[in-house]
Design a protein around this ligand. Sequence first.
Ligand code: LLP
Length: 442
Amino acid sequence: MLLGTQRVNARGHLEIGGCDTLDLAREFGTPLYVMDEATIRGNCRALRAAYAKRYPTSLMLFAAKAFINMAICRIMDEEGMGLDLSSGGELYTALKAGFPLERAYLHGNNKAPWELELALDHGVGRIVLDNEREMALLQELAAARGRVQDVLLRLSPGIKPQTHSYIQTGQIDTKFGMGISTGCAMNGLRTALTMPNLRIVGLHCHIGSNIMGLDSFEMAARMMIRFAAHVRDELKLTICELDLGGGVGVRYTPDQEPPSAEDYAEAVITGLHDELAKYDLPPLLLLQEPGRSIVGEAGTTLYTIGTIKDVPGIRRYVSVDGGMSDNPRPALYEAKYSTLVANKPEAPLTQKVTIAGKHCECDNLIFDADLPDVASGDLLAVQTTGAYNYSMASNYNRFTKPAVVLVNDGQAELIAARETLDDLLSHDVIPERLQKSCAACG
Ligand code: LLP
């Protein structure tokens, strides 16, 4: 399987964005996250075009949690995307990258006062309120500033899409949002309407992540519009914006067929048009906020193969120089990945092995990977690591986070430097009573 701009070049090596992956590994070291700029931009454009042609009043947001740093915020700005920000840290990153925050939506189920203050003080376009505690807090902070803040309310439509249970979020039993069927959503709106410094402009839902079927997206669109009609009748409130979240899956393995941007837009907008007409509602601003489907397939992680160990008659473990600190998804969600040996991607596949990480854990990255003959020193490329890998990376076992390079048209540019061993120590504090004078601790 080759994705995006991946191809096998004249040297017989895996190339991404016109860059030979062996050169990338030599220049930047491994493990290395490689992000394919053309694929990221192409995904933004395909999504925007698919929506714009069916429903002109739409705005596409990128769910920054999938992959965020300052360079990506710049790309999203250039592509005319908005941003879905899920924390003060993501907001601060966008702010420092010069992203126009009127196109930002701040999410979260337990926002801290400082996060709301940061949003208010820097003109974040919309705050998506999850619950009544947040409403009261925002009302107080906005009033203190003499501001009226545009808000959306996050609802739970009661839809359980087909995906790993840890990433289902649209069902009634969830920490996210206010349930429609439980009455919490209508009560929440009533409460918000009593708050003079909040202007309710819209409703939001996000039913889950890595979803391959389109039915649940269409169903969510229909249910949210029905609820908007109910709100109009009950509260005389016009809903001007509807944010239907993200959640479309990507291709991790060759057998997977994720929906295209066109199919996604078609399903959602068919549901939307039908219900708007049925309930005689005026058109509203439609938002979607995908993360994985924008950056997932654009990312490849390069690792150097080290120890190769046979458990006789049972399994061969091929260990790489990273693991669960740069990709926790197999451990968390039993996620599957595909792989190529970057220095010989076309060599005949001769064996089934387990790709293991190097943590003090059973941090297998891929069970039953089909590989050619490999030796220590070969370069392994794990595909579709652009979403929720770098953004979920940790320093477990005091591993340093890998560098990220952006590749495009034969050019490779660092967009996140590799952490150093001293970075690991930079937040450590030894209280004076525990200090001992030794050459090493200075
Ligand atoms: N909007 C909201 C409110 C969300 O919570 C999420 C993802 C998205 C949009 C973007 O969803 P996407 O299009 O990326 O599926 N760490 C997990 C995924 C967690 C998703 C969290 N929310 C994983 O690695 O699979």
